[in-house]
Design a protein around this ligand. Structure first.
Ligand code: AMP
Length: 210
């Protein structure tokens, strides 16, 4: 799942993985978990993440390789937030070949800049269930419990305005070239990420399965 920050990759990737019955693999979630647990990986990644920069390729590639190698990925997987650079995409191609997998399907979620900023600035995450919410949703306010599990909601450090600006610049510089990379290989489907959640979900499902 490709797209700029705030495109809805996480939300749609979780739904798609549930529909397909395959794991949802988010390098961002894996890294945030490592930071929360204060592991060696977490300590190495934290500074980059808080500033809205990318964690170095070799760290992220090692995480993705290890995860894709696990048994539960045998029937497929939904990748969210990886690859984010051309070297990562090349490493993923190599891993897919080594694992004897079918070529990827790349779904590129497109949203306008205004909508992206609205989503990021109002986004709230749950510490309990990793759910993703927005302050415009009913029942989601500062300090309110998670509407799904009652857990604690928080704002990601990198959803603060300064880091958001950096993430957008990083996206344009390092990740946007992947659109051309996958389009050249005939693997890319562009999907509008604007509109009602259910409609976007349907577009994603049909692009993934056709
Ligand atoms: P995300 O939850 O996908 O927005 O990721 C949050 C942060 O984790 C990013 O801003 C990066 O600092 C880091 N990160 C996640 N995935 C990658 C990746 N594939 N390459 C480099 N950094 C990543």
């Amino acid at each position: 799942m490709l797209g700029p920050p705030g495109a809805g990759k996480g939300t749609q990737a979780v739904r798609l993985s549930e529909q397909l019955g395959v794991p949802h693999i988010s390098t961002g979630d894996i890294l945030r978990e490592a930071v929360a647990q204060d592991t060696e990986l977490g300590r190495q990644a934290k500074g980059y993440m808080d500033a809205g920069e990318l964690v170095p390729d070799e760290l992220v590639i090692a995480i993705a390789r290890e995860r894709l190698d696990r048994e539960d990925c045998a029937a497929g997987f939904v990748l969210d937030g990886f690859p984010r650079t051309v070297p990562q995409a090349e490493a993923l191609d190599e891993a897919m070949r080594a694992l004897g997998r079918e070529p990827l399907r790349v779904l590129n979620l497109e949203v306008g800049e205004q909508e992206m900023l609205r989503r990021l600035s109002g986004r709230r995450m749950c510490r309990g269930c990793d759910g993703i919410f927005h302050v415009d949703q009913e029942g989601v306010e500062a300090d309110s419990p998670c509407p799904e599990c009652g857990g604690q909601l928080y704002q990601r450090t990198d959803d603060q305005p300064e880091a958001v600006r950096e993430r957008l610049a990083v996206y344009q510089r390092q990740t946007e070239p992947l659109i051309q990379y996958y389009s050249d290989r005939g693997l890319l489907t562009n999907i509008s990420g604007e509109g009602a959640l259910g409609e976007i979900q349907e577009r994603v499902r049909s692009a993934a399965q056709n």
